[in-house]
Design a protein around this ligand. Structure first.
Ligand code: APR
Length: 175
């Protein structure tokens, strides 16, 4: 029985899943959007852990674009947070699609390796980073469907849409 893939609308920080995914930046030191919401809900110990991770890496490459890093979840109801850094949209000729796919792929593989079974994704790169929502949604669904064949322990994937446009796009893609 393969994993269940669902779409919901709402705030990712309140979900009771094993791991929620953060659309972070490469410094891992927080920001606005979903990054800000996750840090606010998790409390200061999340930033403390991210700061330690960042201190051990070359400047501003705590998490390169397309990569994923796992931390505790602190005051959040989930067990872990996986921070991934999506590409900034620059028109589509700079490898953005591959980098966005890499975020979903590496995050799922990291969740599998960490024994996490249920995972919630925000719509990575479609806010501040300006990725066209329709293109991003197609990459997210296609990549997750294909990587789930390699991650048998993952039983449930939630796409958490914050805005109506993303919700409609994901609902259409998932039928
Ligand atoms: N729950 C779920 N989704 C949310 C929430 C929330 N609480 N808050 C915002 N979102 C949605 C946005 O509406 C958007 O659809 O998350 C999606 C991703 O948007 P951003 O958070 O702006 O992330 P991104 O486009 O990947 O840009 C990342 O923004 O916050 C900074 O530090 C972050 O520099 C990084 C950049």
């Amino acid at each position: 029985m393969g994993a269940v893939i669902e779409v919901i609308q709402g705030d990712i920080t309140v979900l009771d899943v094993d791991v929620i995914v953060n659309a972070a930046n490469s410094s891992l030191l927080g920001g606005g959007g979903v990054d800000g919401a996750i840090h606010r809900a998790a409390g200061p110990l999340l930033l403390e852990e991210c700061t330690k991770i960042a201190a051990a890496k070359p400047a501003d490459h705590a998490c390169p674009t397309g990569e994923a890093v796992i931390t505790g979840a602190y005051r959040l109801s989930c067990k872990k947070v996986i921070h991934t850094v999506g590409p900034v949209w620059h028109g589509g000729r700079y490898g953005e699609a591959e980098l966005l796919a890499s975020c979903y792929r590496k995050t799922l593989l990291l969740a599998e390796k960490s024994g996490l079974k249920t995972i919630a994704f925000p719509n990575i790169s479609t806010g501040v980073y300006g990725y066209p929502k329709d293109k991003a949604a197609a990459i997210a669904v296609e990549t997750v469907r294909s990587v789930l064949k390699e991650t048998p322990k993952i039983t449930r994937v939630l796409f958490v849409c914050f805005d109506q446009e993303n919700l409609k796009l994901y609902r259409r893609l998932l039928g």
